[in-house]
Ligand binder design. Structure first.
Ligand code: TXA
Ligand code: MG
Length: 346
């Protein structure tokens, strides 16, 4: 099937693009839409046949559940229960972070098809703050299932072109909303009762940081940082090999960990491109790409993260070498992803 990209940067174009997206979604088709985190591959969440097309286009295994995006808060009770013992905490989090990059795991209502949640009793929900996504969701007025618009296990797309590189010929439409604001997928959390404070488990680190979340409950990191068990029910999609470029990637902890092999080619994913960090001179790099030029601002690095990974993957080098980053704020999510990407080659 031919894949169309529709621009949205003029009001009439935006109007047409949104209409087309809604028409396709109503007809049980899938459409790639921009969100403030990464591009999502959207389908009507209450239509199992439409959701099946998402799994098919992504080649996603059926045990990996999808995030459900709501047009507004009123629809939350339609798809999920909010347990009494965590109600207050959930409401405070929603008040603060919705619409935005925070996904909550909650007990699901019966109307949510099993294919969406991979048979789990919980559903992952969020409300996107992206103006284009919001317009489509509001016009459709239904929950939208939307995982990241990449093939299973590959790098999440943060531009319409990146979606095309992943799914060309497999989906009818991509709305081009430009580059994504955050560049990393939403933070996924689970809230459980506890005394004196409820417990918050970060199932997937993302733009809402541990430092922020600890104001809302006692923070628990997932016990296993890299989940090896493909069927682990806590985070079925958090496979060790996720977010991986095709080129082998290795995350270093210090410059001296890298000893180049004669005849092999390497590219460097540099955190801030500073000579004093000790990575720039380690070898004759085929390419050096810098995440946050200058002084290493983590949100700036996040915006460029998947783009840089994708570009380095195109070079055809033997190995991509990644510098470590500060592990706070959005650095937690990026280091998590680099570890997952590098386990494939370990
Ligand atoms: O920012 C985002 O969250 C993007 C945009 C498009 O909204 N979406 C996204 O979806 O990253 P996806 O499918 O690529 O990642 C969703 C993750 C998967 O790892 C999946 O296993 C997990 O959420 N997940 C979904 N439902 C779950 C559930 N009921 N319990 C545990 N994990 C769940
Ligand atoms: Mg994904």
């Amino acid at each position: 099937m031919p894949t169309t990209i529709l621009p949205t940067d003029q009001p009439p174009l935006l109007h047409h693009a949104v209409e087309e997206a809604v028409r396709l979604l109503q007809a049980g088709e899938v459409v790639a839409l921009p969100t403030e985190t990464v591009y999502g591959l959207a389908a009507d969440a209450l239509n199992p046949a439409a959701v099946a097309k998402v799994f098919e286009a992504k080649e996603r295994p059926s045990f990996d559940p999808l995030i459900v995006h709501l047009p507004d808060r009123k629809m939350l009770e339609t798809v999920a229960d909010i347990p009494e013992d965590v109600h207050k905490t959930i409401m405070r989090l929603i008040e603060r972070y919705w619409p935005g990059p925070l996904t909550l795991l909650l007990p699901k209502k019966a109307c949510v098809p099993d294919i969406v949640t991979a048979g789990l009793p919980t559903v992952a929900v969020r409300i996107s703050s992206h103006p284009i996504f919001k317009r489509v969701a509001t016009a459709l007025n239904k929950p939208i299932a939307a995982p990241s618009a990449n093939r299973f296990g590959a790098i999440s797309p943060t531009s319409a072109n990146a979606v095309l590189a992943e799914l060309d010929g497999r989906i009818p439409l991509i709305l081009d909303g430009g580059a994504c604001l955050h560049g990393l997928e939403s933070t996924i959390i689970k809230v459980e009762p506890g005394s004196p404070k409820n417990m918050i488990t970060i199932v997937r680190p993302g733009p809402i940081t541990p430092e922020e979340l600890k104001l809302y409950g006692r923070l628990q990191r997932m016990t296993r940082n890299v989940v090896d068990d493909a069927t682990a029910s806590e985070a079925p999609g958090q496979l060790a090999s996720h977010y991986a470029p095709r080129t082998p990637l290795r995350l270093l902890s210090k410059p001296s960990d890298f000893i180049p092999v004669e005849g092999k080619t390497y590219a460097l994913m540099s955190y801030r491109g500073e000579e004093k960090d000790g990575y720039l001179d380690l070898t004759d790099w085929k390419e050096i790409m810098i995440l946050s030029p200058g002084n290493g601002k983590l949100p700036e690095a996040a915006v460029r993260f998947f783009y840089v990974m994708r570009e380095l993957d195109k070079l055809g080098v033997d190995e991509i070498i990644a510098e470590p980053m500060l592990e706070h704020g959005m650095g937690v999510a990026m280091m998590d992803k680099l570890r997952r990407a590098s386990t494939r080659t370990a």
